[in-house]
Design a protein around this ligand. Structure first.
Ligand SMILES: [Fe+2]
Length: 150
């Protein structure tokens, strides 16, 4: 079963939502490749998915840090545990285990739950900080413009 992108997965932070959407696309692509027995595709897309997800985590963490989100360390820990779990799947796969189905199950369940709970938890703080940063930039541009042309 593919993951459907629903409003429940949306945080209202466009840059994060599009990254989450891309992760969902990757998972669905792995799922399709697995169903149609394209083993090479399964492994190449899985590698891309893992790379992309890890850089997405780093990006999320930088946003949380910038906005002073109080549970940054706990969230980082959740990301790290997940990365470790995926790494152990990759090791098993290298050793010849057929882990695809189990991994897909874990990926789907974990991602949906993580977005709905953990990520939703930071969304208000991060959103407020982004709005404030935009406001400050605009104010700066405004005063610069006024000085020159006002
Ligand atoms: Fe996260």
């Amino acid at each position: 079963m593919a993951i459907a992108w629903t409003a429940e997965l949306e945080l209202g932070i466009p840059v994060i939502d599009s990254q989450h959407q891309r992760i969902v696309d990757y998972i669905n692509t792995v799922s399709d490749a697995h169903k149609s027995h394209r083993t090479n595709d399964v492994f190449s897309v899985l590698d891309e998915l893992v790379d992309y997800t890890l850089s997405h985590f780093a990006f999320e963490e930088s946003l949380m840090e910038e906005s002073g989100y109080p549970f940054l360390n706990a969230h980082k820990k959740v990301h790290r545990l997940f990365a470790r779990r995926v790494a152990s799947f990759q090791q098993r796969a290298k050793a010849g285990d057929d882990i695809t189905e189990e991994l897909l199950h874990v990926l789907k369940a974990w991602l949906v739950n993580h977005i709905k709970c953990d990520d939703r938890d930071y969304s208000a703080v991060v959103k407020a900080n982004m709005i404030e940063a935009t406001r400050r930039t605009k104010a700066k541009q405004g005063s610069w413009f006024n000085r020159l042309f006002g």
